[in-house]
Design a protein around this ligand. Sequence first.
Ligand SMILES: Cc1cc2nc3c(=O)[nH]c(=O)nc-3n(C[C@H](O)[C@H](O)[C@H](O)COP(=O)(O)OP(=O)(O)OC[C@H]3O[C@@H](n4cnc5c(N)ncnc54)[C@H](O)[C@@H]3O)c2cc1C
Length: 407
Amino acid sequence: MSHPALRVGRPVWLHSGRSHPRYPELRGHHAVELVVVGGGLSGALIALGMAEAGVRVALVDGARTARGSTAASTALLLQEPDMDLGDLAGRYGLPTASRIWEISRGAAHDLVATLRRHRIACGLTERPSIYYTTNLECVGALKQELARRGESGLPGRWLTPGALRRRTGMTGAGAIETSGNAQFDPYRACVGLLEAAARAGTMIYEQSPVSQVRPTKSGVRIHTPRGSIDATKVVIATGYATRHFRPLAGRFDMRHTYVLATSPLDARQRREVGLGPVMLWDTERPYHYVRWTPDHRLLLGGSDRPIKPGARRTAMFAAATRELREYFEAMFPALAEVRIDYAWEGLFAMTPDSLPYIGPHRRYPNHLFALGYGGNGMTFASLSARILLEQWQGVASADHELFAFNR
Ligand SMILES: Cc1cc2nc3c(=O)[nH]c(=O)nc-3n(C[C@H](O)[C@H](O)[C@H](O)COP(=O)(O)OP(=O)(O)OC[C@H]3O[C@@H](n4cnc5c(N)ncnc54)[C@H](O)[C@@H]3O)c2cc1C
């Protein structure tokens, strides 16, 4: 179950001085009810939810927990899936697409509630998101998207170019503003959730790559270099299908995605940039996005590129981060004066409909998967925790089918 590096470069969240509890390596043989493979946000939320429901859980990470894609994330917690309601309705019909959007909204709210309930200090702040276009030709389609959302009872309001300029300092052709989204430090959130899971009884192991999952009479046995765990079921929360699950790999389109973090902007620089307390993302695909951190840095993200066999990751990194900087300097000319303190890259696992695969797969008995979150990993990690707990408890729900492998 080895994989390419989940991220390259040092995310702002991991700046020096930050540390978190280390968990032991798995040694010897253990038995639990449920074993979770992967200690990112997804595994942390799943383990926490299960442990709080009284399930005996173990979580195993091949490296250090919270330091995979989760540490690379910019943690815009969006209620909106990456695929517009209109495009999703084109695939599945409007009632199903609306339900998916509602579920996604619920999952984002659940995550905020969980972080608050456990008092996890992670800079959690509610923020409106602004979904904008700079292209006049896209304005009609964006207005139509807002109208469709309105018909489905989903929130949102139109921003004219003037309103957009006042809210963001940028010149655009129009935008949809949605309230009730949030942002946080994903690393601290994940560390806090793992601590909460440990308090609820989860056994957590690090530096213990799972090399095999074998069937047993009563479920599965996972093997690591120095240990093994028997469980009724295993949850695979490794972000995407690792080599161990090669037959599933074709379902994921892997992309590099890039982020820049500026130095903290002083009051004058912030006035010149003109961006208010909102999160911004655009209608281009791949999209660009920007948000503030609590210490007044701007996080600038996007410039995704497909993974190409043999391509030099460092050369791609240089080109993509340059492109990202140029894009945002064109939008916010005052950024030309601002230093970039951090640049990093991570992997997105995209699915054809931008929705995750959550639940069982007929080829793998006693496995539950939580994979393929694309750019919505915060929201979908929360959704995985809900759905997998319901599946474990035997709760039947038509919602599960919307995210199943055979949808
Ligand atoms: C640059 C970037 C920016 C992003 N921005 C956003 C954003 O703004 N909003 C949003 O919602 N989402 C965003 N995402 C997506 C989101 O960060 C991810 O989808 C989410 O963090 C995935 O969490 P995870 O727990 O599934 O995976 P990860 O955090 O990658 O955790 C997987 C874990 O599995 C472990 N593992 C892998 N193989 C094994 C094995 N064989 N044995 C044991 N352990 C193993 C790894 O060591 C790792 O710790 C972003 C992603 C990137 C890369």
